[in-house]
Design a binder for this molecule. Structure first.
Ligand code: HEM
Length: 227
């Protein structure tokens, strides 16, 4: 190809990763528009409000990463697993920084978090493909919108590293090539068309579970607004 022959061909629409993105796009947009997230990114919340989100997130990742360990030897799951993604230690450090050493004592799962964790317990341990659907949703989100969120939180609250470790992937300095490789792994997944549809349905369900979590946090938003 000469320098003038720019390749404008769109991403392969039939690739599984493109199908997932296209068929979950509406759910992504809905989740993204949460009032709680808007208030957080606009700097309207107290540190306790931000810590409340991270606390619920911690409960979700504890279960997700436990499921990942259960699948460590599974050939379908294995290409997706990377220690560089693991977030539980980062969440613990952020919560200790934001809420002090006793943060666990006051941490209680909101009803939506209970439903999210129950869903992970129900499907992510038994079904490798369902695990990957949940894994995809969280980590690809953290490496995409999560990086925008990180910069907005830096700006809004003045956090640098402490308090933001959840969004900082020390082992993944460049998300783009990592995400491209992740998408290639999705494209190479050898699952039937029926299971592909089930996967997409599970991603859509996981978006709803995340949206419900934001909605529960929004229910307490008055107590988290900076006065
Ligand atoms: C303010 C909130 C959010 C913003 C600004 C945002 C923004 C973005 C952007 C710009 C991308 C595309 C990145 C790319 O193509 O490389 C993306 C992808 C993604 N986001 Fe979000 N997002 C937000 C919230 C969320 C939430 C709450 C979730 C799930 C819980 C999520 C899950 C995802 C996933 C899974 C992808 C990857 C899509 C793919 O390439 O297959 N995002 N987000």
């Amino acid at each position: 190809m000469t320098t003038l022959d720019v390749d404008h061909s769109p991403a392969d629409a039939s690739a599984f990763s493109e199908r997932i993105k296209a068929e979950t796009d509406a759910a992504h947009r809905e989740t993204e528009q949460s009032r709680f997230v808007g208030a957080l990114l606009g700097g309207e919340l107290t540190t306790a409000g931000y810590a409340a989100l991270l606390g619920q997130t911690y409960l979700v990742y504890t279960s997700l990463e436990e499921a990942g360990r259960a699948h460590a030897d599974n050939a379908l799951v294995n290409p997706f697993l990377s220690d560089d993604l693991l977030r539980v230690a980062a969440l613990e450090a952020d919560l200790e920084f934001l809420s002090g050493p006793n943060w666990r004592e006051s941490l209680e799962a909101l009803p939506a978090t209970q439903r999210y964790v129950a869903r992970l317990q129900e499907v992510a341990f038994d079904s490798p493909a369902d695990f990957v659907a949940h894994h995809y949703l969280r980590y690809m989100g953290d490496l995409s919108g999560g990086q925008i969120i990180r910069r907005m939180l830096e700006r809004a609250y003045g956090f640098e590293t402490d308090g933001l470790r959840f969004y900082i992937f020390d082992g993944i300095p460049k998300p783009k090539p990592f995400k491209d490789a992740y998408r290639a792994n999705l494209d190479a997944l050898s699952i039937s068309p029926e299971d592909q549809q089930k996967f997409i349905d599970e991603v859509n369900l996981a978006y709803r579970l995340n949206g419900d979590l934001f909605a529960d946090l929004e229910g307490n938003i008055e107590s988290y607004l900076v006065k």
